[in-house]
Design a protein around this ligand. Structure first.
Ligand SMILES: [Fe+2]
Ligand SMILES: [Fe+2]
Length: 231
């Protein structure tokens, strides 16, 4: 049964590639999806932790580069900087939540270290070369995140992953009831990802000069203003 904290989202959104850069972004995403599927198989808790350490990078890179561009050009940002910084913070809260659900192995911690070096530098370079492609990559990443969290929900619903009580940090951040469970958490995390998906596809389309319909952006769940109060 859907809880009242989770906005209804369209799970089937897919941006059809319209040009070469879109195809590169989609191909790159599918390659990473294959690597993740091979590495994690059905260990969804571990998968969430490692991939959220990656997901929290692009927003901060985009915010930094947009901030620097606005300083140089002395122009407004149309709200992009705060949106991207908030996205990075939200992804970090996904990580801080799932760390209470699964513990990464030492090997996974080593992978996180190596991947962060490579991904931060590569994404920074990509954003400088083509911000449009960079946002399209994130849009496609988020499409995959929505699919992965849907699989995670099925694992919980079919009893293969225990539906443990929601961590306190998650109950605070998403303002969930006291008796919330992991299932409720995965539902709101998936809604966050759907929102990021539509925002980033929208940014990419805007940069490409394509029409963007703000009404088609998936609604964002409610988040606590002060995440430092999180237990
Ligand atoms: Fe996330
Ligand atoms: Fe995301």
């Amino acid at each position: 049964m859907p809880n009242t904290h989770t906005p209804l989202i369209d799970l089937s959104v897919h941006h059809e590639p319209v040009d070469f850069s879109d195809r590169i972004a989609l191909g790159f995403t599918k390659l990473l999806r294959f690597c993740a599927d091979t590495f994690f198989a059905k260990r969804y808790g571990h998968r969430a932790i490692v991939l959220e350490t990656v997901a929290a990078v692009p927003g901060m890179v985009g915010a930094t580069i947009t901030h620097l561009k606005c300083l140089r050009r002395m122009c407004g940002d149309q709200g992009w900087i705060r949106t991207l910084m908030e996205e990075a913070e939200n992804e970090r809260m996904h990580l801080m939540t799932f760390i209470h659900v699964a513990q990464p192995t030492w090997f996974e911690r080593a992978v996180i270290l190596g991947v962060q070096w490579v991904f931060y530098l590569a994404f920074f370079a990509l954003y400088l070369i083509s911000a449009k492609t960079a946002h399209r990559v994130v849009g496609y990443f988020e499409e995959e995140a929505v699919i992965s969290y849907t699989h995670y929900l099925a694992e919980i619903d079919e009893g293969r992953s225990p539906n443990v009580p929601a961590p306190a940090i998650a109950k605070h951040y998403w303002q969930l009831p006291d008796d919330a469970t992991l299932r409720d958490v995965v539902l709101v995390v998936r809604a966050d990802e759907a929102h990021h998906r539509d925002v980033n596809h929208g940014f990419a389309s805007e940069l490409a000069g394509l029409p963007v319909d703000p009404a088609r952006i998936a609604p964002y769940p409610v988040h606590a203003d002060d995440i430092r109060l999180a237990a």
